[in-house]
Design a protein around this ligand. Sequence first.
Ligand SMILES: NC(=O)c1ccc[n+]([C@@H]2O[C@H](COP(=O)([O-])OP(=O)(O)OC[C@H]3O[C@@H](n4cnc5c(N)ncnc54)[C@H](OP(=O)(O)O)[C@@H]3O)[C@@H](O)[C@H]2O)c1
Length: 332
Amino acid sequence: MKALQCVELGMPDKLEVNEIPDPELQSGHVMIENKAASVNFPDVLMIQGLYQFQPELPFSPGGESAGTIVEVGDGVENFKVGDRVVAMLGLGAFAEKVVAHENAVMKIPDSMDFETAAALPMTYGTSLYALKQRASLKEGETLLVLGAAGGVGLATVELGKAMGAKVIAAASTQEKVDMCIKHGADEGFVYPSGDLTRDQQKELSTKIKDLTGGAGANVIYDPVGSGYSEPALRAIAWEGRYLVIGFAAGDIPRIPLNLTLLKGCQIVGVFWGAWTGLDPAGNVANFEEIFKLHVDGKIAPEVSDKFTLDNASDAIAHLQNRKAKGKVIIQI
Ligand SMILES: NC(=O)c1ccc[n+]([C@@H]2O[C@H](COP(=O)([O-])OP(=O)(O)OC[C@H]3O[C@@H](n4cnc5c(N)ncnc54)[C@H](OP(=O)(O)O)[C@@H]3O)[C@@H](O)[C@H]2O)c1
């Protein structure tokens, strides 16, 4: 089969498309013929050796895909050949076929196409877990989303709206903000790119306070990190919840702890991948909710760009270069 392979760590241009043997089916697993896969920020990190877990070389990147089951291993009870599924793989998705444990696979609704299904797991899975289980977001609360036009950001905008929050989207261009408004954000604003100066940080805090009538945001969703986090935290509401999602801007910020005391707020870590292993039933229940929201027309993942397996390295570069709006898909 054809697969994108990382044979040496580095930038996307080091990746190769190679013919490799089909993966071997094991008991408890299913073989899926992939139709679509999607790119996530961990792919950018993993090919450079910068992610929190690092596979041995060579490996195929790609955390999630959707397709049709073509073979079922011994002991598999819940799936049969022909089932249309989405798989949460961690790696190996940028290939024509994958083998996945049945616990990492979910049937998709008949009305859902493969590209939409491939766009869902990591972004909507992370964001629903963050808003529901970690922040207990309530109807009527204000939710500020940083990096709101990115993969997890846009999923959060839609889910926050579906949960009845007032959603404020923050992103680096007006085009990105407009897309968030199209996906349900109530308000949006543009923040500067690059290293934020002290004045730009103050402006960011002031903007959030202005948009929340001085009260601050009840929940802040932060997949960006770096110089954006502290000014956002300074504009959190009393008893607010600050969700630490990731550090797409590169630096892991150090936060003065007194801010949590002054705001009576919580800084809440979110690690969706770890939670799916600790509470698989909770994760399946969340996905039933996500699929229902899609069937009911309350969420609609934005697929901004499509690539093929032959130019899948460009898809990863697209995300790395901050060009992606919503999800980047690889058609297989
Ligand atoms: N905690 C978890 O369980 C979990 C799960 C999934 C993902 N994550 C993390 O969440 C973060 C976002 O993932 P994603 O897949 O949504 O990525 P993405 O689609 O690339 O979105 C990231 C956003 O961050 C902003 N950004 C700011 N500075 C950037 C820079 N220097 N380079 C690239 N983007 C920059 C960009 O928005 P603007 O241009 O508008 O600023 C971009 O839209 C990553 O750190 C990822 O590891 C965490």
